[in-house]
Structure formats: C-alpha cells, structure tokens
Design a protein around this ligand. Sequence first.
Ligand SMILES: [Zn+2]
Ligand SMILES: [Zn+2]
Length: 252
Amino acid sequence: MRLQILGSAGAEFPGFNPPAFLIDDQLLLDAGTIGAVLNEEEQWKIRDIFVTHSHLDHIRSIPALADNIIMKNLKHTVKVHSTHEVITALRDHLFNGIIWPDFTSLPNEEDPVISYAIIEPYKKYVLKGYTVDAIPVNHTVPAVGYRVKSGGKTIVYTGDTGPTEEIWKYCSGADALIVEVSFPNNMENLAQITKHLTSSMLVDELGKITSLPKRILITHPKPQYYDIIRREIECLGIDGIELLHDGSVYEI
Ligand SMILES: [Zn+2]
Ligand SMILES: [Zn+2]
C-alpha cells in the first residue's frame, strides 16, 4: 500500500494540516486535509473516506471536496464510511442544509455527491481489495480506529484516543501503526482530560501490543510543541518509531 500523509497535525498552522491519510490514491482515512494539498485530478480519485470521529479537524475537508465535485456535475459519488454516531453527527450538524448543503441529495438523489455507509465496529468490510475493520477507541466523543489490510500488508490507524484497550489487539505484527501523540509529557493532565496521549502514555499503550508493528508513525502533535514531542519520541528508543510530517509518502 502507498500511504500518503496529507496532514498529520493536531491543529492548523502553515505546513501543519489536520489528519488525513491517503492509501493508494483512493481510500482516505480521516478528512482533515484534502483540497489544500491535492489537485483536482487527485481529489477525483478519492472514492471512499473512513472517518474516525466527528471532531472538526477530522472531517473539515469533506464539505469543500463535495463542492469541488458538484462543480463538474458528473455522476460521481464519494462514500463516507463511519459508525452510526458519526454519520448522524455529519447529517445533523454539518450537511444539514444550514452549515452546508445536504450533498446526499445533490445534484439528485440517484447520483448524489456524498453517500453514507454505516460501519459496525468489529465487523469486517471488504471493498476494492481492502479489508477494513473499525475498532472503538477512547475519546471524548464516540470514536473508532481502523485496520486496513491489502496485499498481505496491514495498516492500523487509531484516530484520536486516550488510554484504550481493544485496538491494540489488532496491531500485533502490523506493518504500520499510525497512532496519536497530541501533547508533550508535561501536559499529561490536559491529555487525560481531553482523551489524547503523550509520549510516556504511549509507552504504556504500546506495552499492550504482543508484537510491535514494524513502523510506528506518530500523528496529531500540537504544532506549538512539535520539536519537544519529536525529542520525547526519539528518547523512547523504540525501533521504527517516528513523528510524521505532512507530505511524506511510505510504501507499506
Ligand atoms: Zn478528536
Ligand atoms: Zn483530532
């Protein structure tokens, strides 16, 4: 799998965009960043978006993508996959005809720009050669992480999470784990309240994995503390661990 980091920050500053991970040009994990970095042709290739949770930094580029698609008025539907809670939030609070148009009925109900696909946690979904599982994690709103398998390779993405349990059972021996560290160690109190991780909290979490993934790619750092978090991650001395930056591409 070709993994392209469109955004990997826990906030927004020049050069630091919210999370979005593009697999093989077509399958997107979270949608914090699309149009800011992909040209029209590249945006066109995205057909499936898997959303971890309803927080704005993980969904905010879907409205602009929908707007770009409808401009061409072709029969082109992007499927947004997530849990019932997240889809309900998108329907009620984003594509509600007030904040943004309801693109599930535009330009018409037969060929809408956006369609929703509800995912049940722990159930396997097969699409276009990928097997995808959603696993609940521990955040301030209902949230899942995803395991994506294709061609004998496995990528696991936690989304935003504080200390959690279930998803680590799906990580053992994975080729890549994308996991969040939002705060430096001296802000652990805030990490606990907001259900995120620090580097030292991550160590406890990784201890729950039987066989560590080959790559451990850290996402969602607060840009104001990027250098401190990078140093704290380096100090862990764990093989294959690195802090992501936007624009990187990995062959997994
Ligand atoms: Zn969040
Ligand atoms: Zn977030």
